[in-house]
Write a protein that binds this ligand. Structure first.
Ligand code: ZN
Length: 418
C-alpha cells in the first residue's frame, strides 16, 4: 500500500459550499464519520478545500481486473486490480461495483485504507464460446448455472454476473440469448435466497423478460423498451447504460454492419428512454465498463437526455442508495460546479474515502483548472465571494453559470459521436 498516502485520526470534516448533486444554496456544513451532513459545527473538524461537495463518485459497472489493450481485453491479477482501485479512489470514486472478473479474482481483494468500497461479482457466468476467451476461464452450461452462481456467492460475491446474450464467437454470428429464461429466473431466486443480487449483460430486445425473471440490474440494456422501463420502476430494477462502452463499440472499424446497425438503434433507444427512466425513479447507474471514465460517462448521460443534475446523481447518490453503500464518510469536493462542466469531476479538490482523506499527488494545484469550456468557467468563478448565511460564517454568493449548451456537448469520447 506504499503508493497510497492518507491522513488518519480525523473524525469529522468541514466544507463550505453547495451539496451536490441537487443542492443550490451554498452554506457551511459539517460531515461526521458516518457521512451524515450537519449544519452545526462539529469541533475539531478538518476543513476541506473546494466550494462543491459530493458523497463520492460511484462506478457501478467497472472491471478493476481487466485492462483494454490494443490487442484486446487482458485479465489482470489481484495486485494490478488493487492498483486500479487505488487510482480510482484518488479520482474521487469511493464506491465500485465490480461487474465480473476473470476467475473471480476480485473476490481475493480485501478492504484497505485508500481503496473504494467494492461490491464484487465473482467470475463471469457464460456458456462456452459466448464471452471473451481471455476472460472466461470456466464456461458454464445451463445445467450448472445456479450451482456456479452459488459457488461464487459462497466465495464472497455480493453480485453474480450473467452474460444473458452474446455473439457466437466461433460461428461469427451476432448476439443471441445464452440461457433459457426459466434458468435465469431460477438463478435469480437462488441468488436472492443466498443474500446476493444478479446483474445481467443484456443487449437484445428480450430485456423485459429478464426484468420479469427477477434480475436486479440490467447492464447495457440496449434492447430495453418503455414497457420494460415501467416494470423496472415497479420492481426497483436498476439500469447501467454504459454509454461510453456502446460508443467505443460503435467506433470499432471492423464491426459487422448488421451489428453496427443494431447498436446504433440501441443508442437511439437509450437516448429516448433515459428521461423516462429518471422520471419514473428507475435507478440509472453510471458505469465505465472497460472504457472511458466516470466524468465522460456523466457527460454522455447528459448528452443523451438526462438533466445534468440527474446525470451526476447517476454517478453518486442513486447508485449509493441502490447498492446500499456503507454509512461512512465519503466526501469529494470540487472548486467548480461539475453540473456546469463534468470535466471538473476529473480534478477533485479533496477526497475522503471511508473516513480517510487521501493525499492527491501528481495533480495540478489550485482552483483555476480549466474545464471543457475552461475560459467560461474561470470567468464565472471570478464572481464568487463568501458571504454570511445560516448564522454561520461562510457561504458563497450566487454565481453566473456558463450556458449549459456551451459546456455539455463538449465532452465526448475521441472518435465517437453521440
Ligand atoms: Zn462489463
Amino acid at each position: 500500500m506504499g503508493e497510497i498516502g492518507y491522513r488518519v485520526g480525523v473524525r469529522a470534516w468541514a466544507v463550505r459550499g453547495v451539496e451536490l448533486p441537487f443542492g443550490d444554496a451554498p452554506g457551511a456544513w459539517w460531515i461526521d464519520a458516518l457521512g451524515s451532513v450537519h449544519d452545526r459545527l462539529i469541533a475539531g473538524a478538518d476543513p476541506l478545500p473546494g466550494r462543491f461537495f459530493l458523497p463520492g463518485l460511484v462506478d457501478a459497472h467497472a472491471h478493476p481486473a481487466i485492462s483494454a489493450g490494443p490487442a484486446g481485453l487482458v485479465a489482470l491479477d489481484a495486485g494490478a486490480a488493487r492498483a486500479n482501485l487505488a487510482a480510482w479512489a484518488r479520482a474521487g470514486i469511493t464506491v465500485v461495483r465490480d461487474a465480473g472478473s476473470p476467475g473471480g479474482v476480485t473476490l481475493e481483494l480485501t478492504p484497505a485504507p485508500g481503496l473504494p468500497a467494492m461490491q464484487a461479482a465473482g467470475r463471469f457466468l457464460a456458456p462456452a464460446g459466448r464471452y471473451y476467451p481471455a476472460l472466461l476461464d470456466t464456461p458454464v452450461s445451463d445445467a450448472d448455472l445456479v450451482s456456479y452462481a452459488l459457488a461464487e456467492i459462497g466465495r464472497g460475491a455480493a453480485w453474480v454476473k450473467v452474460i444473458a446474450d452474446f455473439p457466437d464467437l466461433a460461428a461469427g454470428t451476432d448476439a443471441a440469448a445464452t440461457y433459457p429464461m426459466a434458468v435465469i429466473a431460477q438463478l435469480a431466486a437462488a441468488a436472492h435466497q443466498a443474500g446476493a443480487r444478479v446483474a445481467v449483460h443484456s443487449t437484445l430486445p428480450n430485456a423485459g423478460l429478464l426484468v420479469a425473471a427477477g434480475v436486479d440490474s440490467l447492464e447495457h440494456g440496449f434492447g430495453l423498451d418503455e414497457h420494460a422501463i415501467e416494470d423496472m420502476a415497479r420492481r426497483g430494477t436498476a439500469w447501467t447504460p454504459t454509454i461510453g462502452a456502446l460508443l467505443a463499440l460503435l467506433a470499432a472499424p471492423d464491426l459487422p454492419s448488421a451489428r453496427r446497425r443494431r447498436l446504433q438503434e440501441g443508442r437511439e433507444r437509450v437516448a429516448g428512454l433515459l428521461p423516462l427512466a429518471a422520471r419514473l425513479g428507475v435507478p440509472v447507474l453510471a458505469g465505465t465498463d472497460v472504457t472511458g471514465s466516470i466524468p465522460t460517462e456523466v457527460a454522455l448521460l447528459a448528452q443523451l437526455g438526462l438533466d445534468p443534475k440527474d446525470a451526476l446523481a447517476a454517478a453518486s447518490v442513486w447508485p449509493r442508495r441502490f447498492l446500499g453503500a456503507a454509512g461512512t464518510a465519503d466526501i469529494v469536493t470540487y472548486h467548480h460546479d461539475p453540473r456546469d462542466d463534468p470535466g471538473q469531476l476529473a480534478n477533485p479538490a479533496a477526497v475522503v474515502a471511508a473516513g480517510i482523506r487521501l493525499l492527491l499527488t501528481g495533480r495540478r494545484p489550485g482552483p483555476r483548472r480549466a474545464g471543457a469550456c475552461g475560459h467560461t468557467v474561470a470567468k464565472a468563478s471570478k464572481s464568487l465571494a463568501w458571504v454570511k448565511v445560516r448564522s454561520t460564517k461562510v457561504s458563497a454568493s450566487p454565481r453566473a453559470s456558463p450556458p449549459r449548451s456551451c459546456i455539455w456537448p463538449s465532452m465526448a469520447i475521441p472518435g465517437a459521436r453521440v
